[in-house]
Design a protein around this ligand. Sequence first.
Ligand code: SF4
Length: 428
Amino acid sequence: MTQLEFARDNKVTPQMRYCADYEQISLDLIIEELASGRACIPNNINREIRRPCIIGRKFSVKVNANVGTSPDSCSLEYEKEKIKTAVEAGADCVMDLSIAGDLKKIRNTLLEVSDVPFGTVPIYEVAYNLTKEGRPVWEMTIDDVLKVLEEQAKAGVDFFTIHAGLTRRAVERYIGGRLMKVVSRGGSILTEWIKRNKQENLLYTHFDKILDIMHAYDVTISLGDGLRPGALDDNTDKAQIEELIVLGELAQRARERGVQVMIEGPGHVPLDLIETNMRLQQRLCGDAPFYVLGPLPLDIAVGFDHIAGAIGGAIAGWHGAAMLCYVTPAEHISHPTKEDVFNGVVGTKIAAHVSDVAKGNQKALKWNREMSRARYNQNWDRQIELAIHPPTAAQLRKRLPLVDEKACSMCGDFCAINRVKEAMDLPQ
Ligand code: SF4
């Protein structure tokens, strides 16, 4: 049975209990949101996860970090380090997007290293296998796809991105007029497949077979946005909305089959249209958890896209996005390093937390209040403990010799907190 089916039967699983404790929220709410399909707990039946999480807009906003090899940077050891870095920095989920090296070995090793839900985009492995066999990617058959899905599900992958909502109609009618056409890797493979075969997307046509495998292992389906806008000029256009409508229909079919589901979202979207995009998704997809990539509210922040992504992500989370996919400083220009992964996760964690505060999440509000108390009391150990990344805070505290141990090296004797405390003690 899947977590969705357990919730429908009003049965509590250890994962639900863990999430209720973590969120400091009632089990009833967890069950209600899971049973309705407004939330999911990705956890393959073949895998024990040390830190499972619930993804849904009634809960704290989650952060996903992508790792994986590329043809120009292919080291399993380095990708292992990146996963550890991401999880230590606070990522709630990770995805392996490897496209070079021994994909099976890489995936299985990273699965072992990951303490959090682990996702993949199986069509990468399908395309990789075809290329190795000397077959063009557009010769892919549904059997090629199902074989990889079955193998990855059996290995314990917790969620799959499946680009089943990218249809022939959208490809033929809408992407031609776009500035950036298609920027999703999976989306580009399927666009080529549709154009060359002059047929409907095979993932859409055989969606029920895909659901059968996912149901058997409780793999959550993350319905991919193959047509996400890759430029501000393409945001909220016909191609994106056409795909979103189809994703809503597929989400409903997944729920009916008992498969947990989330929906992937944009992409490049100007700040003033992020709320509209969240509302549209909620309306068109029956409030399925929305997992957004950024979003990026501008196109020009190369080298600093993690900051742009955090700004967009904070607004998206505030208006209902359930999980933010991190963006690293290397986005659009290079394969990310371990440092890029760290900066991407921390920036996105801050964005998620900003959203939680704006949504009135009690745990987040308490955390902030405790920090302010520790700050006023000049309790430096406690401030470090409560910081978004304690090792960074500890390192900064020690960076310069202190004139006054109670203050910090910013103002020394002119510490405003000390001065006002003393002033407040003066007789009236
Ligand atoms: S020294 Fe300045 S920055 Fe540091 S705690 Fe006091 S008021 Fe704040």
